[in-house]
Write a new protein. Sequence first.
Length: 91
Amino acid sequence: MNEMQQQFIEAGTLMLAGMVFVFAFLSLLILFINTVLAKLAITFPDPVAPVRSRSTKPNNKTAKAADGSVSPAVVAAISSAVTRYRQQNSQ
């Protein structure tokens, strides 16, 4: 019984030592990567996407009318599509 208890204590010690080693290694790895990336971010900054200005003229292809309601052309297109679908699938 005494030998088994010593083996469990040794196994727990090895497990704890391994966990501490892995935690320390990963922490150092994260710190190293962050410092390298910080230096690279200064040298090679991310490109900034250009901001598109919104035109004040309404586009003919938009689905919303000027007052925020749905365009009558879109309502007509949806109605005709539903009618055609019902005709084809009513059989």
